[in-house]
Design a protein around this ligand. Structure first.
Ligand code: GRG
Length: 307
């Protein structure tokens, strides 16, 4: 008798992350391109578009869309918030690159905003993108109950204010030139400077889809873990990659003798800690089944990425 295949094969659902990232990145690029027209006074809109449309991985909007879809939400419902996340991220990069902060000449493979438009316009482009991000969520989100939109706006405000990005950046600036920064302080900086916005992307996407408290708890742990892992990998790439690969000046942390995760723990231990954080992040999503495949794959991408 011929050997027959068992009726129930173990199911392994393949998820094509490359295609997922490519498709969503394209959708986000199209929505971002449509979000800002160049009108009078042209210079400020050109400066905003220069940085917003300069490329980048678009990881934050993609996380926002993926979290909304995880809970059965419509991708279109989260697109304005996803775009707003990229506007906030872009403004934080513009301000971070200013001479008064990190003083960087290159970002996303191009001269930084202030190198092209001057410090004054770069500051204003950042301010304008930040304000427009909130307007964009409020005015452009369709077919979502207003109380969910309100919760998302409040969450994003908390993530970028002194309670989030700004607070993290202040402690980072205070630590400049200090050789005795502890792992605890470093973690404070990165939870606020890097993880807070990634968390807000995930949570706002989930809120728009009607997340409950359990969803929020799980997704918040997921996002903070991948946020910290993201920064650990960022610190490693600063050492191991070239400026061409990163699209920004590589090796800056070493030159500035900045305390980073690899300077405290070494590259191998840092890599392992990032991997552990990603595994803990993914464990939060198990109960969602196959619906969580995109967010699971995105967590793996955090440690696998090369730029
Ligand atoms: C938010 C009001 C407000 C002010 C900004 C300057 C500042 C306060 C905060 C600094 C935030 C910052 C630059 C954090 C670093 C985050 C980080 C690791 C950025 C790199 O992100 P990628 O690799 O970049 O996702 P791409 O270019 O791919 O988008």
């Amino acid at each position: 008798m011929p050997q027959t295949m068992p009726q129930t094969m173990p199911q392994t659902v393949a998820f094509n992350l490359d295609k997922y990232l490519r498709d969503l990145k394209q959708e986000v690029e199209t929505a971002l391109d449509a979000s800002i027209a160049i009108i009078y006074p042209e210079k400020i809109y050109e400066s905003m578009r220069y940085s917003l449309m300069a490329g980048g991985k678009r990881l934050r909007p993609i996380l926002c869309l993926a979290a909304c879809e995880l809970l059965g939400g419509d991708r279109a419902a989260a697109m304005p918030t996803a775009c707003a996340m990229e506007m906030v991220h872009t403004m934080s990069l513009i301000h971070d690159d200013l001479p008064a902060m990190d003083n960087d000449d290159f970002r996303r493979g191009k001269p930084t905003n202030h190198k092209v438009y001057g410090d004054d316009i770069a500051i204003l482009a950042g301010d304008a993108l930040l304000a427009y991000a909130f307007e964009f969520i409020a005015a452009q989100t369709k077919n979502v109950p207003p109380e969910r939109i309100l919760k998302a706006i409040a969450h994003l405000g908390h993530a970028v204010a002194a309670t989030g990005l700004v607070g993290g950046q202040v402690v980072d600036l205070e630590c400049e030139g200090k050789p005795d920064v502890t792992a605890e302080t470093l973690t404070f900086i990165h939870i606020h400077k890097t993880a807070a916005l990634l968390e807000s992307c995930v949570i706002c996407g989930a809120l728009l889809a009607g997340a409950n408290d359990t969803d929020i708890d799980r997704l918040s742990t997921y996002a903070n873990n991948i946020g910290l892992a993201f920064q650990i990998i960022d610190d490693i790439l600063d050492i191991t990659s070239t400026s061409e690969q990163l699209g920004k000046t590589a090796g800056k942390d070493l030159t500035a003798q900045k305390v980073t995760y690899p300077s405290l723990w070494g590259i191998e231990v840092s890599q392992q800690k990032a991997q552990d954080l990603v595994e803990q992040a993914k464990a939060q999503l198990v109960s969602y089944g196959d619906a969580a495949l995109p967010l699971m794959a995105l967590a793996d991408y955090i440690t696998a990425r090369k730029n």
